[in-house]
Design a binder for this molecule. Structure first.
Ligand code: SAM
Ligand code: CA
Length: 303
């Protein structure tokens, strides 16, 4: 039972909330009360909340104690705007936004990419974490939603870091992989007086974008993640990081095939399971799958 044993412990110990500020304790108490009453029914009360923690109260505690007090004002504003949008389930949660910002700073990321922008919460987290000359190539098939968040991003003074491309990401990645800086003519075994048809002439194309990205956040169509992975491994530098979002796919990765599931969860489930297997078996990367948000797998390119 999710939450059960932990809540029981909370109650038995008594005075569990004495270390909390009164408004925090009130929110945690209310989350515990709704959970006690309705079991899992109230689990998705926070926008973007797909936590795998033992209880809603614990998740609420993290948000109230460590995330919201440190959330930059523009991110709070964008979170509030997004909460009113009908597809708000798609947004990155505040705790994952904080995690992304921290990760980007830890690896000193400068040249980055985001696949799947929606209203731009993770994009803003990235833009705020990068240095002033940092770059984000951001892709989404839907420009309209990006434009909901754009005024907040502009007001935050970080829009200059973003190159937004409307459309499917795969052709953009293909183009990035193909683009060359220059073509070098190489003549081997050159000797004076050699006949022209005896010379070995080679054209060497210098790939422009290979190994040029420090960080990529993938948060779009799950059935394409494996296709993105093939291309991204060429584009991210050795030592660079690719983060795949939603790799626990609402917990469905461990659900029996006949378990009741929403249609879109069922459709993408097998793709996510296959991706997780492929990432675990890929020797070109080191991985770490974290239960943050809906599960995020951090891949560090090593080959
Ligand atoms: N990272 C976003 C955030 O923090 O709010 C959430 C992204 S949302 C889960 C997924 C997004 O992927 C949607 O906005 C959708 O339009 C976009 N998308 C779906 N298929 C795509 C594709 N083939 N190429 C680019 N974007 C795509
Ligand atoms: Ca996501």
């Amino acid at each position: 039972m999710v939450g059960g044993p932990h809540l029981f412990l909370f109650h038995r110990r008594g005075n569990w909330d004495r270390h909390l500020l009164p408004p925090v304790a009130a929110k945690v108490r209310s989350a515990m009360a709704s959970e006690n009453k309705d079991g899992e029914q109230h689990r998705h009360q926070e926008v973007g909340h797909k936590s795998l923690l033992q209880s809603d109260a614990l998740y609420q505690y993290i948000l109230e104690t460590s995330v919201y007090p440190r959330e930059p004002e523009p991110m709070k504003e964008l979170r509030d705007i997004t909460a009113k949008h009908p597809w708000n389930l798609m947004t990155t949660s505040a705790d994952e936004g904080q995690f992304l910002g921290m990760l980007l700073k830890l690896i000193n990321a400068k040249n980055t990419m985001e696949i799947g922008v929606y209203t731009g919460y993770s994009l803003l987290a990235t833009a705020l974490a990068l240095p002033d000359d940092g770059k984000i190539l951001a892709m989404d098939i839907n420009r309209e939603n990006f434009e909901i968040g754009l005024p907040v991003i502009q007001k935050a003074g970080v829009a200059h870091k973003i190159d937004f491309r409307e459309g499917p990401a795969l052709p953009v990645l293909d183009q990035l992989v193909e683009d060359v800086n220059s073509i070098r003519l190489q003549i081997s075994d050159f000797q004076i007086n050699r006949r022209l048809d005896e010379l070995k002439i080679e054209f060497c194309a210098q790939a422009k974008n290979h190994g040029s990205f420090d960080f990529v956040f993938v948060d779009a169509d799950k059935d394409n993640y494996i296709n993105y992975h093939k291309r991204l491994l060429e584009l991210v530098k050795v030592g660079g990081v690719i983060a795949y979002d939603n790799t626990l796919w609402n917990g469905s990765v461990v659900a029996p095939p006949d378990a009741p599931m929403r249609k879109y969860i069922r459709y993408y489930r097998d793709f996510v399971i296959e991706l997780n297997k492929a990432l675990a078996a890929d020797e070109r990367i080191e991985i770490c799958q974290l239960p943050v948000g809906d599960g995020v797998t951090i891949c560090r390119r090593v080959k």
